[in-house]
Design a binder for this molecule. Structure first.
Ligand SMILES: [Cu+2]
Length: 197
C-alpha cells in the first residue's frame, strides 16, 4: 500500500478538516514522492494527533433488563436521558449509559461494552441539531434510516458481554448515540452526547 492510498482512507474516515490534517498534509508534501510503509504512516499520524487534539474517553454501557425480566426497578435509570422524543421513559427496557454526557471537542474514544446477558446491541453515532430533532425512521423495519440520518460511525452488533471501540474526531455540537437493532431505538435505547468548544 502506498502512502497516497492511506491518505485517501484517512480522508474518508475524517469528519472534519482540522489542524492535524493540515499538519499532516504538510508532511505529505515533503514526502509526496516517497513510498512509505503503512506502519510508518500510522506512526506519523499518531505523532500528529497526540500533540494537537484534546483527547477524551467515554465508557459506554449498552444495557437491557434482560429477556426474562419484566419487573420495573430503578437500578438502570442512569441510562435514560431526558428532553428528547419522550426520553423520560419510565417503561424503557433498554438504554445506553455514558460515563460522560459532555466532553470537549477533539478526538473522542468510545469504549463500548454490551452489558446485556442475552441480547445483541450496538452503538451508532449521528449528529443532531437539537434535542427536538426527529430522525428518519423506517417504521416497517423498526429502526432509524441510518443513511438518511447521517452516520458518523458505529460499534456494530456486539454479542452479550462483548466490547468494542470507536474513535471519532468530533466538533462542538449535539450527537445522538443509539442502538439500531430493530425495535431498540423505539424501546429507549438512545442518549445524547454534548461536545463543547
Ligand atoms: Cu440494542
Amino acid at each position: 500500500m502506498q502512502i497516497s492510498d492511506y491518505v485517501e482512507i484517512t480522508a474518508q474516515l475524517s469528519t472534519e478538516a482540522n489542524e492535524p490534517r493540515k499538519k499532516w498534509n504538510t508532511i505529505m508534501t515533503v514526502f509526496s514522492r516517497t513510498t512509505l510503509s503503512l506502519a510508518g504512516a500510522v506512526f506519523w499520524t499518531f505523532c500528529g494527533a497526540g500533540t494537537a487534539l484534546a483527547n477524551s474517553t467515554i465508557t459506554v454501557s449498552l444495557w437491557d433488563r434482560g429477556a426474562d425480566s419484566v419487573m420495573m426497578d430503578d437500578q438502570h435509570n442512569f441510562g435514560m436521558s431526558k428532553g428528547m422524543m419522550g426520553g423520560d421513559m419510565p417503561m424503557a427496557m433498554m438504554g445506553i449509559g455514558l460515563s460522560e454526557a459532555s466532553v470537549p471537542a477533539g478526538m473522542i474514544t468510545f469504549n463500548v461494552t454490551n452489558d446485556s446477558k442475552d441480547i445483541i446491541h450496538e452503538m451508532v453515532v449521528t449528529a443532531i441539531t437539537s434535542t427536538e430533532d426527529v430522525l428518519p425512521y423506517l417504521a416497517d423495519e423498526f429502526k432509524i434510516d441510518e443513511d438518511a440520518a447521517g452516520h458518523l460511525g458505529e460499534v456494530a452488533e456486539l454479542d452479550p458481554g462483548a466490547a468494542g471501540s470507536l474513535g471519532l474526531d468530533m466538533k462542538p455540537g449535539l450527537y445522538l448515540l443509539y442502538c439500531n437493532i430493530p425495535g431498540h431505538y423505539i424501546g429507549g435505547m438512545w442518549t445524547v452526547l454534548t461536545v463543547t468548544e
